[in-house]
Design a binder for this molecule. Structure first.
Ligand SMILES: Cc1cc2nc3c(=O)[nH]c(=O)nc-3n(C[C@H](O)[C@H](O)[C@H](O)COP(=O)(O)OP(=O)(O)OC[C@H]3O[C@@H](n4cnc5c(N)ncnc54)[C@H](O)[C@@H]3O)c2cc1C
Length: 497
């Protein structure tokens, strides 16, 4: 149904970077096990886990060299196909004993090289641990193994009248262990928050094989440090996680989805801030810029040729609450001169809108040989400056750029494209400048994809040496030998900055 047709119808935090020098304290050395240790580790793994759970021949190992980012890793010496907690325990014990690094891995949909084995060693693949162990209707919680596919959990709890809100657009393939390690978010984080808000507890396995029950099953708890919160988003660098205890919320009674088209991106951004100012918090507010709409059109989606920006808004709650929010959306759209507002009238129409959004990442990827998708966040009020800055960067560096993403919480996926090495160098410069711009707008380098290996060299742009050193000390407490997922989060060389 066509609801309405209007018109035609700061202070920089880059102190570490401003100082332009990061002390060597900020850098973590990479472990370098020798050939003897590696082959001993493989032999022990085969002996203690059984050869069927240990891949150690060339062809099978290749698929574990990188993740969705394409960040180049080193072919691992072995991949452990874990089927249960004992496999995690034994792998970490053998790794410690032989001094060989371990890279935990979920579905490999990560976008920063987090599951990439930077120095080879052992990849601990957890997708085989895919049982939903419990859905407790009375307590409103679920307990899952780390290899459960997110969409499977969402469907299972919704059948029980509950709702698990985190919804990265990779929901059909990513798994809960990876979500917890990355503190994954997605469109619905605007209203419901990221994964961290739903993790009550877990079993954490430290390098060497110690198992710790971290957190709790209760909704409240202030017993000791909140280590469960620390492990969420730690990118597999502190512990391997299993038996995740996840909080559920009642399934919303109604959902309404709108698509708004605009002749100027400024109007779309204004709609996001005006809605917030009215006290209306949609569960999703996804923004697509003009270049992204071009890709949508060529993929056959119905987008007006006059449109230079689109917002996908979704509200939920009781029927009355949805109606009230729909009125707010319509009034706001008129205020900011939306070209048109469409409300999905059926589940089928809703899915079509979301399918187009979810396919965006793959559709834009087809427009060049390579792309990099950054994940910066700025305060909503600074979105306009970020987006005009991205356009400027594209022009200055002569690179193709487009942006789409979770505008409601200021989190934009800025994509750069290249076909050859020369263009790649210009993209690298544009990326570094994007990060500087983001920090100067009081933003942060990653809203949901994490730092991984890809962004590690840029950490000092945002965080002071002392803060990096403190985090590095925390890493040492959990993993004194530095063997768990080395080369992630912390810079390992002096490049890039
Ligand atoms: C098309 C597409 C859309 C996406 N959209 C979104 C989005 O909207 N929002 C969003 O947040 N992300 C998004 N992502 C990124 C990605 O899907 C998420 O980061 C996801 O959480 C990664 O899960 P995974 O199972 O693939 O983890 P992997 O990529 O395998 O691993 C990610 C990190 O988790 C660690 N890890 C994995 N399992 C464990 C474990 N059991 N214990 C300890 N550490 C572990 C790994 O070492 C690695 O550092 C998208 C990716 C794609 C390809």
């Amino acid at each position: 149904m066509r609801l309405r047709s209007s018109r035609s119808c700061g202070q920089t935090r880059a102190r570490g970077y401003a100082a332009a020098r990061v002390s060597s304290e900020a850098f973590l050395p990479l472990p370098a096990p020798n050939a003897l240790s590696r082959s001993r580790a493989v032999r022990l793994l085969e002996a203690k886990l059984g050869p069927s759970k240990v891949l150690c021949d060339g062809a099978g190992l290749e698929q574990y060299v990188t993740d969705d980012s394409g960040f180049p890793g080193v072919v691992p010496d072995a991949v452990v196909l874990a089927e249960g907690p004992d496999d995690i325990l034994r792998t970490l014990a053998i790794a410690q004993e032989t001094g060989v690094p371990v890279t935990p891995r979920g579905a490999g949909t990560g976008r920063t090289g987090g599951a990439t084995p930077i120095v080879g060693g052992i990849v601990l693949a957890l997708v085989g641990m895919r049982q939903i162990l419990e859905i407790d209707r009375n307590e409103g919680l679920a307990v899952v193994e780390p290899g459960v596919v997110l969409a499977d959990l969402q469907h299972a709890v919704e059948r029980e009248g509950w709702f698990y809100p985190p919804d990265p657009n990779s929901a059909a393939s990513c798994v809960l262990g990876g979500n917890v390690a990355e503190n994954a978010a997605g469109p619905r984080a605007l209203k419901y928050g990221p994964t961290r808000d739903y993790v009550l507890g877990m079993d954490a396995y430290l390098m060497g094989g110690t198992r710790l029950a971290v957190g709790r099953r209760t909704r409240k708890g202030v017993t000791g440090y909140d280590l469960a919160a620390l492990l969420v988003g730690s990118e597999g660098t502190l512990a391997v996680v299993d038996k995740l205890v996840l909080r559920l919320v009642p399934k919303p009674e109604h959902v309404l989805t709108f698509s708004l088209q605009f002749s100027r991106i400024e109007h779309a951004v204004l709609a996001v801030t005006r809605l917030a100012a009215r006290g209306c918090v949609p569960r999703c507010a996804e923004l697509l810029d003009a270049a992204t709409l071009e890709v949508m059109r060529s993929a056959g989606n119905p987008v007006s040729t006059a449109a230079r920006a689109m917002l996908l808004l979704e509200v939920d709650g009781s029927e009355a609450a949805c109606e009230a929010q729909a009125e707010q959306v319509a009034a706001c759209a008129e205020e900011v001169h939306a070209l048109e507002v469409l409300a999905a009238q059926s589940e089928n129409q809703r899915s079509k809108l979301w399918d187009a959004r979810r396919q965006m990442s793959y559709a834009v990827r087809r427009t060049a040989r390579h792309k990099i998708s950054e994940d910066v966040v700025v305060p909503r009020q600074r979105l306009r400056e970020l987006l005009s800055g991205v356009q400027r960067l594209g022009e200055t560096h002569g690179v193709r750029a487009l942006s789409y993403g979770h505008a409601g919480d200021g989190n934009m996926h800025v994509n750069f494209f290249w076909d050859d090495d020369e263009e790649k160098r210009r993209v690298d410069d544009a990326v570094a400048e994007l990060f500087r711009l983001t920090v100067s707008l009081s933003g942060t380098l990653s809203g949901e994809h994490g730092i991984g290996a890809l962004k590690a060299p840029y950490l000092p742009l945002e965080q002071h040496d002392d803060l990096i050193a403190l985090q590095r000390d925390i890493k040492r407490v959990f993993d004194p030998s530095g063997l768990l997922n080395p080369g992630k989060i912390f810079p390992t060389t002096h490049q890039a900055c």
